[in-house]
Design a protein around this ligand. Structure first.
Ligand code: NAD
Ligand code: COI
Length: 335
């Protein structure tokens, strides 16, 4: 069996070597390039491909794979919003993801972003850079005084709740599906409006669909408390950046912690040397603020996560190539 992998980074190679050693009957080829119509040709003669990218998977790339007879794709991450299901179905692909590689990685990052905003760390850092070791005016807030609204109580949202409860924060939650554990604790509110009304901090942990693109828009922000903090470690397109900037300008939003951004592919993964050189005007606007923390879609980026992403994705692809049906096949015909 032959598997070809795209977007392989140096930090993934030790995990990949371990997987190869444990699976001597599988021949693995790889490139550091992402999957495009050009690089798709590298999978000639292979049974399946393993990929990871935040850029869209184009129909042209999938057509090349399909012509080569490669129809099993295993992504090394959770979110599959960068695939068009119609393309996958038209061309006969089976897709697996890694639904749970380390929810703690993303949840810890989420709560750290909140904590850095609450204790005004970027502002202290800026003062420090000027040799200013004073307290005022950068007075902080404590978690136990905050009501945190968690939108999405899946694998990541639930770990976020656990960690926040350890800090003594009050949690309210919203999800279209009610998890029994969270239900038992009585944390669910009936509507997003209710969550917006109660929450001092709002954190997003839902997948991106056409139906929730820009769910955090002018209308939603108007329903939030004055001085709300917004955290997004899910997908950038859940937030309308114009509305976020307006909210920050007016003071309605006190700060934001953003691991993902609309149009992040134009900016993340490259070195700009200075925020002045960021080519996206809206992201540059956000990056210049001391009450906004941006991280480059790195919430997932831990040693544990990388090992699990590689191992599960390659195991899944091997299973597909053997004609098995692993539990993590993505349903490309929902409803
Ligand atoms: P999950 O599938 O376990 O949970 C998602 C939850 O959202 C589910 O409980 C589901 O019922 C709920 N949901 C779906 N649509 C909803 C809606 N419209 N309103 C309210 N709730 C809704 O997923 P997860 O593992 O918790 O991951 C959540 C998201 O985090 C992923 O889809 C991905 O986009 C993002 N993610 C980001 C990173 C990162 O590095 N920043 C890493 C992994 C995942
Ligand atoms: C995911 O797993 O969905 C992520 O957002 C991580 C990223 C490397 C694509």
């Amino acid at each position: 069996m032959k598997i070809f992998a795209y977007g392989i980074r140096e930090d993934e190679k030790p995990s990949l070597k371990k997987w190869e050693a444990a699976n001597p009957n599988v021949e693995v080829g790889y490139t550091d390039n992402i999957l495009t119509a050009d690089s798709a040709r590298l999978a000639e003669g292979c049974d399946g491909v393993v990929t990871l990218q935040t850029a869209p998977y184009t129909r042209e790339a999938l057509e090349v794979l399909s012509k080569l007879g490669v129809h099993n794709i295993s992504i090394r991450n959770v979110g599959f919003d960068n695939f068009d299901f119609k393309d996958l179905n038209d061309l006969g692909f089976t897709l697996t993801n890694v639904p749970v590689y380390s929810p703690n990685a993303i949840a810890e990052h989420t709560v750290l972003l909140m904590g850095r905003l609450l204790r005004r760390v970027p502002e202290f850092d800026e003062k420090f850079d000027h040799g200013d070791f004073t307290w005022a005016p950068t007075i902080g807030k404590e978690y136990r005084e905050q009501t945190v609204g968690v939108i999405g109580t899946g694998h990541i949202g639930r770990v976020v709740i656990q960690i926040l409860q350890g800090f003594g924060a009050k949690v309210v939650a919203y999800d279209v599906y009610h998890n029994p554990e969270i239900e038992k604790q009585g944390l669910y509110v009936d509507s997003l409006e209710e969550l917006y009304k109660q929450a001092d901090i709002i954190t997003l942990h839902v997948p991106l669909f056409d139906s929730n693109k820009y769910m955090i828009n002018d209308k939603a922000i108007a329903q939030m408390k004055n001085g709300v903090y917004i955290i997004n470690c899910a997908r950038g397109e859940l937030i309308d950046t114009d509305a976020l900037i307006k909210g920050l300008d007016s003071g309605k939003i006190a700060g934001a912690g953003l691991d993902v951004l609309d149009n992040e592919n134009a900016v993340f993964g490259k070195v700009w040397s200075s925020v002045d050189n960021i080519p996206d005007a809206k992201i540059k606007n956000l990056a210049k603020r001391t009450n906004v923390i941006i991280t480059p879609h790195s919430a997932f980026y831990t040693e544990t996560a990388i090992y699990n992403m590689i191992t599960t994705a390659f195991d899944s692809n091997k299973a597909l190539n053997q004609g098995e049906k692993p539990h993590n096949i993505v349903d490309t015909n929902p409803n």
